[in-house]
Design a binder for this molecule. Structure first.
Ligand SMILES: *Cc1c(COP(=O)(O)O)cnc(C)c1O
Length: 382
């Protein structure tokens, strides 16, 4: 058991299984072979699992480095003892150059103007990656301009080119267009060829995030930068490399902080939206919409949680920091009893699939929905 944030007195917590992260990294290493190294992408606070926790165990597993979309998160990981190379995606200004140099963090360059500005902002050598925009129309040099920007980096006073990366769009829920993804991969590879034709040594070359790794094995270069795959988020496209990746998110639990009987209640009005289903026993848990529970409990679904290995119904509405539970069928329920929103209670289990269905979202969205304020518990028993 590892703790990466302070103990919490509030009896609500999310459980992550770091052995799943280790398993996923080992599986991926086997798939990729020794020529392709892994830079673990820790965007979105390690995709909701906690950047530091994922980084510590990924570093122990010997990954080549890390990538971030948030300089603050990258610095926190450095402070926590992460020594492996770190690449920062386009996400901060050249004025942070000295901090990046001091913390040995690599910046991203897209344009000729970037080269001028970053070069001017540092007195010490700064390693950079050139990003190539193969058709995602986000950060990066368009392939037509990539060689020119790479050349400008090579001619600059302080910048050194550590590598090149692209990030083809693929497998979005609103668009899954095989042809478009392949065109982007082609465009990025062509840009790399043009850079090398100018006599510039590229070094590390990255094209594949999780979905590209899973669907386009031929896009493996000498490195990849998956994020979501590492924490076991599922992908539902046609997968060339389907393995039972294990989810890092395994539990979401709380405890009953109040239990009361409603026997002999005659003069107290009851919520009209409960209709005839007034509970004979009522429980409260300290977890609500400000913690990530959906703002409204879907009415058409019988949403249940687990207590003492049995199912109990949630009663609407969801409050900011509290939910209530119909304990009518759990006669022995007491304050302090564990309540599982996700995971095991006795032999019963609420799976990630079931929770995602209850919350009307994808499993990936469940990872992001749970607030960082919720105490995180990490199991690591590989
Ligand atoms: C987010 C991101 C990744 C990782 O994407 P996953 O889908 O989490 O694997 C890789 N590369 C870049 C440039 C990114 O922005």
């Amino acid at each position: 058991m590892m703790n990466f944030n302070n103990q919490s007195l509030r009896p609500t917590w999310v459980e992550f299984d770091l052995s799943a992260v280790r398993y996923n990294i080992r599986q991926l290493k086997t798939l990729l072979g020794p020529q392709t190294s892994i830079y673990v992408c820790l965007k979105g606070d390690g995709n909701g699992v906690g950047a530091i926790a994922v980084a510590v165990c990924a570093q122990e597993e010997g990954v080549a480095g890390f990538t971030f979309g948030n300089i603050d998160s990258a610095l926190q990981c450095r402070e926590a003892g992460i020594v492996a190379p770190i690449l920062l995606y386009t996400s901060c200004l050249p004025e942070t150059a000295a901090i990046l140099v001091r913390n040995d963090i690599m910046a991203t360059i897209s344009t000729l103007d970037d080269v001028v500005q970053w070069d001017r902002s540092t007195e010490a050598p700064l390693s950079v990656f050139l990003k190539i925009d193969g058709g995602g129309w986000r950060a990066g040099a368009f392939p037509e301009n990539a060689a020119e920007v790479a050349f400008a980096i090579s001619q600059s006073e302080h910048l050194t080119l550590a590598g090149v990366y692209g990030h083809p769009m693929s497998n979005y829920d609103f668009c899954h267009d095989d042809k478009y993804t392949l065109q982007q991969i082609q465009a990025i590879r062509l840009a790399c060829d043009m850079i090398e034709k100018r006599g510039i040594n590229i070094g590390t070359t990255i094209i594949s995030s999780s979905s590209i790794i899973l669907e386009y094995p031929s896009a493996d270069m000498n490195a990849v930068d998956p994020g979501r795959l590492i924490v076991g988020m599922p992908f539902n496209a046609i997968l060339e490399r389907s393995i039972n990746w294990r989810p890092a998110l395994v539990g979401l639990k709380s405890k009953l902080v109040m239990v009361k009987s409603t026997d002999n209640i005659e003069n107290t009005p009851s919520p009209p939206f409960w209709g005839e289903t007034i509970p004979t026993k009522l429980g409260l848990v300290p977890f609500g919409w400000s913690d990530g529970y959906p703002r409204s409990i879907p009415k058409d679904k019988n949403i249940t949680v687990l207590i003492r290995g049995k199912r109990a119904r949630l009663l609407p509405p969801c409050h900011s920091e509290m939910l209530r539970i119909d304990l009518s069928d759990i006669h022995d329920a007491q304050i302090g009893d564990e309540v599982a929103f996700l995971g095991y209670s006795g032999d019963e289990c609420i799976t990630l699939e079931e929770l995602a269905n209850q919350w009307d979202m994808s499993i990936q969205d469940v990872y992001y929905a749970i607030s960082k304020n919720i105490h995180r518990v990490y199991n690591d028993e590989y």
